[in-house]
Design a protein around this ligand. Structure first.
Ligand code: G6P
Length: 475
């Protein structure tokens, strides 16, 4: 029944995440989760529930479902009293840096965890009876304990979770307040999905270290039942991406894209597109660019698009300043009145506008310090001209580097500006034949495992996964 999401428009699934897509092709999407799930929900007929981003006093009951494609969407006003502690606090000041193995960026107050749990409890109560027979598919670190809350409400349908970010080592997770309680609550899900083997293995190592719990054939047994753990590397919709390239832009966006492209005329340029987030390694990338320009003056320019993100979190404000200072230095030291090395904007662009910009860029630079998958890497590849493709420079620590090997992308350590500089130079000067070979191989992978294969695989596993046999091994 659940064979392939794209062939099953009436598939019964409730998808829950904090962020939901704007469902408007002209509006930018914030991050990979929104970009990834939008086509899945529109094709599968799922209900997608997320935050309205307007904290309020509570949800209307029953939840108003608004149609979108074959699916529906419902936006919850999360309780104002706990919203800050949940989103800015525990989710984005504590969990986010820890999951990306950046403990120096961690902060937060003791009360944040209480807010985080209360919002998860609120979401469970607002959603448990939305569609009686549907399985639940919960997404990302904002909602780690939601499955446990749904379980406590007596839900007997399969409940799955997918983590879009990395999962760190046992030592790192120990830095997270309440990590044991959180991990225990995650074992109330029937299926835990991860982006890569590295994340899956780190999670298994955490279970071993912190609970002396072993998995058998990818399954962990507790007194509740069984939790299957599996890797599902998220993809994109390459057909939709091709359609973006052909689509008309709104006059305003067309103007924005043309004026950017005009800055490069026929000259070579590299492109970076990242939320303005310290995990994305934009500062190191800029240093890499500086190293390159020292060795090869005026050889290539960089277009860095960095829409502002989570601006009320202190670390993000500091990072914005650091990035801007680094860019100003490079532009002052290596630019002239006629030639600016780095063009930087905090503007957001629609997928269609980004597709145009990717297509024109000779190099795609995706160098996060750590990343769950990084769909920009896949989108950059999907937007290339098959006859004259650009080259992808990719961080070894992005999940995408488990999909693309060194014969495809140029893999770099994102902490080493010298390596980034060499890779950009090599990419910019790569002969056509090698570029085509590398690109073809990456594109084949993108086409053979799309976002729809990803969700169909997940849902197939989820349906099989709820096992209620009495447990032998208890937590
Ligand atoms: C990452 C996270 C997503 C999040 C996105 C944008 O991709 O994995 O869960 O939605 O960043 O962040 P924001 O805080 O704007 O939702």
């Amino acid at each position: 029944r659940l064979d392939a999401v794209n062939q099953q428009p009436d598939l019964k699934l409730v998808v829950i995440s904090n962020r939901i897509a704007p469902f408007d092709p002209n509006k930018p999407k914030s991050g990979g989760l929104a970009a990834g799930l939008e086509p899945v929900v529109q094709r599968s007929g799922a209900v997608w529930i997320g935050s309205s981003e307007t904290p309020g006093e509570g949800a209307e009951r029953p939840l108003p479902l608004v149609p979108t494609g074959a699916g529906h969407v419902a936006r919850l006003d999360l309780p104002a009293a706990d919203h800050d502690g949940y989103y800015r606090g525990y989710s984005n000041s504590t969990l986010w840096p820890a999951l990306h193995s950046l403990p120096d960026r961690m902060s937060g107050s003791e009360e944040d965890y209480g807010s985080y749990r209360r919002i998860n409890d609120f979401i469970a109560r607002a959603t448990f009876d939305v569609r009686d027979s549907d399985a639940f598919w919960v997404h990302d670190y904002h909602l780690l304990p939601l499955g446990a809350e749904l379980n406590d409400l007596g839900i007997e349908r399969p409940i799955g979770f997918f983590l879009h970010t990395p999962w760190p080592t046992p030592d790192m997770i120990e830095c997270v307040p309440n990590h044991r309680e959180l991990m225990k609550s995650m074992l109330k899900y029937d299926l835990l999905g991860f982006q890569t083997n590295r994340d899956l293995n780190n999670f298994l190592a955490c279970l071993r270290t912190h609970f002396r719990l072993e998995s058998k054939d990818g399954v962990v047994t507790t007194e509740r039942g069984q939790t299957r753990l599996q890797k599902f590397p998220i993809g994109i919709d390459p057909e939709q991406f091709a359609a973006y390239l052909a689509a008309d832009l709104s006059p305003a966006e067309q103007e924005k894209v043309s004026s950017l492209l005009q800055k490069f005329q026929d000259a070579k340029f590299a492109i970076g597109v990242d939320r303005l987030d310290y995990t994305k390694g934009i500062d190191k990338r800029v240093e890499g660019f500086k190293e390159l320009l020292k060795k090869e003056p005026q050889s290539i320019q960089l277009l860095q698009i960095a829409p502002s993100s989570r601006a009320d979190v202190d670390e993000y404000q500091k990072y914005k300043e650091d990035v801007e200072n680094a860019i100003n230095h490079v532009n002052n030291d290596h630019g002239t009145d006629e030639w600016r090395p780095i063009h930087y904007t905090n503007d957001s662009f629609s997928q269609a506008a980004l597709a145009r910009l990717y297509r024109e860029a000779h190099v795609g630079v995706v160098t996060p310090l750590r990343d769950g998958m990084n769909l920009v890497a896949k989108e950059y590849v999907a937007a290339q001209d098959p006859k004259d493709p650009g080259v992808l420079v990719l961080s070894k620590f992005a999940g995408a580097a488990e999909d693309f090997n060194e014969d495809e992308a140029l893999l770099v350590d994102p902490n080493k500006p010298e390596e980034i500089a060499d890779a950009i130079s090599r990419a910019a000067n790569m002969p056509l034949e090698e570029r085509v070979k590398r690109w073809r191989s990456m594109m084949d992978k993108i086409e053979s495992y799309t976002i729809h294969d990803w969700s169909a695989d997940y849902v197939r596993e989820l349906e099989k996964s709820r096992v209620t046999v009495p447990a032998e091994q208890c937590l």
